[in-house]
Design a protein around this ligand. Structure first.
Ligand code: PSU
Ligand code: MN
Length: 303
């Protein structure tokens, strides 16, 4: 184990005993939701994972340590600091660690640290992908490269249409990342259950997800697996409402010249502002839904 990794006693014990553990990211706390709903949600997600038979490991970089398993105080700290914490992707790790600084982990860095710790399942809301207009901006999330190389299953609610969903699927295909629909043949689009794009495979139970991931591990195929779990119907948003907000947010980001790592947090905040609290409420529910599935899948994998 590398000297920068720091497991909480509970996570360390669970991994030693082969018990199911689920990784959680911290950028969703610092940059993905406003305070205090971000902290409330993060704690509720952890409780949901426990209720479904697994141990939660919220992952973050704190004081130059790669933490797998944050305390409620650390979660409060990340949530309160919000955007003041560095959004940390793969490229940010060396300098942050050498300087002993903090970083909120994206899907990319959460996968990296989960893999270092030996955690195989990770639940979140949405992943980064190929942005609309990427053919000129080249804005493609490092999350896709990480899925191609790091052996962690990421359970999300699909991708938001702030991204180009078609290009995101093409990229994942090129990189050999299986895209699974949980109980669906259609890629869910985060706030809505429908995108019009097909996933690679439909699987219907946590046991089927675990079996596919185990086969990947057994064959020594590098990289992860992307499980897309549709938001429960009763919490999904009307497609026209959310799409209008997303289009407006993208227009605004172009006007303001937003680029690089600021793009995704800017768009997320703008969409939230434009849709009032509705999108936040949906966001919270879909994360809880993914946490439930992740805990059950981790339990199936541990058997
Ligand atoms: N999409 C969401 N919510 C999020 C993110 C993406 O719906 O919180 C965060 C995740 O941490 C993801 C990151 O890994 O944004 C992607 O950022 P970028 O597009 O800059 O790679
Ligand atoms: Mn980007």
């Amino acid at each position: 184990m590398n000297k920068y990794l720091s497991l909480s006693p509970e996570v360390e014990q669970a991994l030693k005993e082969g018990k199911p553990v689920v990784a959680l990211e911290s950028t969703i706390i610092s940059h993905g939701m406003p305070y205090p709903q971000n902290v409330e949600t993060a704690l509720k997600v952890e409780q949901t994972i426990r209720d479904n038979g697994a141990v939660p490991a919220t992952i973050a970089i704190i004081g130059g340590k790669l933490k797998a398993g944050c305390t409620p105080e650390e979660i409060e700290y990340l949530g309160k600091k919000g955007q003041a914490i560095t959004k940390a992707s793969r490229r940010d790790m060396p300098v942050l660690i050498a300087r002993g600084q903090d970083g909120a982990t994206t899907v990319t860095t959460t996968m990296i640290i989960a893999a270092m710790a030996g955690i195989k399942i990770f639940a979140t809301g949405g992943i980064g992908g190929v942005h609309r207009g990427a053919e000129t901006t080249m804005d493609i999330s490092a999350d896709l490269e990480e899925l191609a190389q790091t052996p962690v299953m990421v359970i999300c609610a699909g991708a938001k249409s702030i991204l180009d969903l078609g290009l995101t699927l093409e990229y994942l295909e090129t990189k050999g990342v299986p895209v699974i629909g949980y109980g669906t043949e259609e890629l869910p689009a985060f706030y809505t259950r429908h995108s019009g794009f097909k996933v690679d495979y439909r699987l219907d139970t946590p046991e089927e997800l675990a079996a596919a991931f185990q086969a990947k591990i057994d064959m020594g195929l590098k990289g992860g697996m992307l499980v897309t779990n549709p938001i429960p119907e009763q919490y999904s948003m009307p497609a026209d409402v959310i799409n209008k907000a997303i289009d407006q947010a993208i227009e605004e980001s172009k006007r303001q010249g937003i680029h690089g790592k600021e793009t995704t947090p800017f768009l997320l905040a703008k969409v939230k502002e434009l849709t009032g609290g509705d999108s936040l409420a949906s966001n919270i529910q879909l994360v809880l839904n993914n946490a439930r599935l992740a805990a059950k899948t981790a339990a199936a994998l541990a058997k």
